[in-house]
Write a protein that binds this ligand. Structure first.
Ligand code: C2O
Ligand code: CU
Length: 551
């Protein structure tokens, strides 16, 4: 077990993008923030000092935090936020994760600028399940607003209207040379012919899933969300907000003079109204051993509304499912949940004028038609003191209250109305849960990256249209489904996940699009305490083969 510690000073820094200077919240003055390095099995300590002017928490996205929800981070779920002038120490416990994850603020829209990579290498004495690359490079995709993000949120919430879209997408904090005043600062990726690079791609964006490609080069995907995949080679990747994709890039320059190739990122917009025109972010791959820097080639990216290109990419993801990295997919399910995911509206109170949302209402969003309202005290603290009832109702439903054709083209407007509530769900220790997220076309619809804290899950199935509980489960992949912490749910389809509730604690589940989360697209699982049933069997098994002394 290695302990490594980091000091994170949250502070305001001035930074220039798109021709203007702006004050943003940073960690240690860096944007994107510092990377955390660990090996599987490590415990990393992060001391956070809030030297800014607003409350903040940090979250270690994709780290299961076994039996340690105290350090998970979402505000008012597992802790009250760290106030200005205060500090808080997080312990990040890496048990089963290996690969690329990331950390980010889990308060309001702060994660727009407060985020960084988490790089988890194999344990000492073990190796990657592929040839060791020459170099590894974090590639963080994000979004940039010219306005203060706190103001963007406040404006939307005060009028009930949609959030103002970002002004640029970014690669390692830089919009790239297609955008104004961004030419000199474009992110450059220096490579040498013949070497292999591991790109640790993280989608930290608040509202976008992205296509990513590099001109003249294929990418070999080897892991996603901190878990190895069966390697496959592709021209482009699709990465949802919150996900990570680790890819190998073999630097093979074509011809003598080709020294530069564009790296390009384009959002997938199932709801194109929310996307700026000039939305392609760029970086440049540069051969340092090439004679001259000629004009770079541009890669072919799927078009901005090509959701089938996104689905085709995603369908290729499979767990590695090897002897060293087995897949252990639950076959039997104890709790079946069908959860509708929707952007909705709620009516405006007279004191909420001007009310600029849909149909003269406010925008809201929901799971099973409940718009989650954050409590004013953290749910974990209340649970610990056995007073959950003071902050939440424990009756989050297993099914939507209304059943209708969720993916029909023209849904009646009344369908869009939702109700507020802080409703959570208890799970007995060890319960095997299947959640089928059902996308909906309410208000036109959107795709949604659903993220679960405390667990990774197997994505056992997905399909178009309404989930059919009699026929669709027969088509599940229970052999090598991808093991993820964030999964895309199409507006006109469903996605089924399974996990074992063997991590006691209070765990957030939400859409990773920030405005959807702010509008209520989330709930909480409270997993009760219990002993690991499999621990005894593991012990017996190991004794039998004579390794007792090694334990
Ligand atoms: Cu990456 Cu709850 O978030
Ligand atoms: Cu969403």
């Amino acid at each position: 077990l290695t302990h490594r510690s980091y000091n994170f000073f949250i502070k305001e820094s001035n930074i220039t993008r798109l021709c203007r200077e702006k004050t943003i919240l940073t960690v240690n003055g860096q944007f994107p923030g510092p990377a955390i390095y660990a090996r599987r099995g490590d415990v990393v300590v992060v001391n956070v000092y809030n030297q800014g002017h607003t409350n903040i928490t940090l979250h270690w996205h994709g780290v299961n935090q076994p039996r340690s929800p105290w350090w998970d981070g979402p505000e008012y779920i597992t802790q009250c936020p760290i106030q200005p002038g205060n500090n808080f120490t997080y312990r990040i416990i890496f048990s089963e994760e290996e690969g690329t994850l990331w950390w980010h603020a889990h308060t309001a829209m702060d994660r727009a600028t407060v985020h960084g990579a988490i790089i988890i290498r194999p344990r000492h004495g073990t190796a990657y399940p592929f040839k060791k690359p020459h170099k590894e490079i974090p590639i963080i995709l994000g979004e940039w607003w010219n306005d203060d993000v706190g103001k963007v949120m406040a404006d939307a919430l005060s009028t009930g209207s949609d959030f103002q879209p970002s002004d640029a997408n970014t690669i390692n904090g830089q919009p790239g040379d297609l955008l104004p005043c961004s030419n000199d600062s474009t992110f450059r990726l220096p490579v040498k012919h013949g070497e292999t690079y591991m790109l640790r791609i993280i989608n930290a964006a608040l509202t976008n899933g992205f296509f990513f490609a590099i001109a003249g080069h294929c990418l070999t995907v080897v892991s996603s969300d901190g878990s190895y995949t069966k390697p496959f080679t592709t021209d482009y990747i699709f990465i949802e907000s919150g996900q990570t994709m680790t890819v190998l890039l073999k630097a093979r320059r074509r011809g003598h003079s080709n020294a530069r190739y564009y790296v390009a990122v384009r959002p997938l917009a199932t709801n194109p109204a929310a996307v700026l025109d000039n939305s392609t972010a760029t970086a440049v791959l540069e051969y340092i051993d090439a004679p001259s820097a000629n004009r770079a080639n541009f890669p072919t990216l799927p078009s901005i509304n090509d959701s089938s290109a996104a689905a085709a990419y995603t369908a290729q993801l499979r767990s590695l499912a090897s002897k060293e990295h087995p897949a252990n997919v639950p076959r039997r399910v104890d709790e079946h949940m069908l959860v509708t995911v929707a952007v909705n509206e709620i009516s405006c109170a007279p004191n909420e004028a001007p009310c600029k949302g849909p149909h003269g209402n406010r925008f809201a969003s929901s799971l099973n038609n409940i718009s989650f309202e954050a409590p004013h005290r953290d749910i974990l603290g209340a649970y610990y003191r056995s007073v959950v009832g003071d902050v939440a109702k424990t009756d989050f439903p297993d099914n939507p209250p209304l059943s209708f054709n969720f993916t029909a083209d023209n849904l009646p407007p009344e369908i869009a109305l939702t109700a507020r509530g802080t409703r959570v769900k208890f799970l007995a220790y060890g319960t095997v849960v299947e959640v089928v997220f059902q996308g909906t076309t309410i208000l036109g619809g959107d795709s949604h990256p659903m993220h679960l804290h405390g667990f990774s899950f197997y994505v056992v199935g997905r399909g178009i249209g309404n989930f059919d509980r009699h026929h669709d489960p027969a088509k599940y992949n229970l052999v090598d489904p991808p093991y993820q912490n964030t999964v895309s749910v199409a507006k006109n389809g469903w996605t089924a996940i399974r996990f074992r509730a063997v991590n006691p604690g209070v765990w957030f589940m939400h859409c990773h699009f920030e405005r959807h989360m702010i509008w209520g697209m989330e709930t909480v699982f409270i997993v009760k305490n219990g002993k690991r049933r499999d621990a005894k069997f593991l012990f017996v098994g190991v004794t039998k083969i004579g390794y007792l002394r090694k334990i």
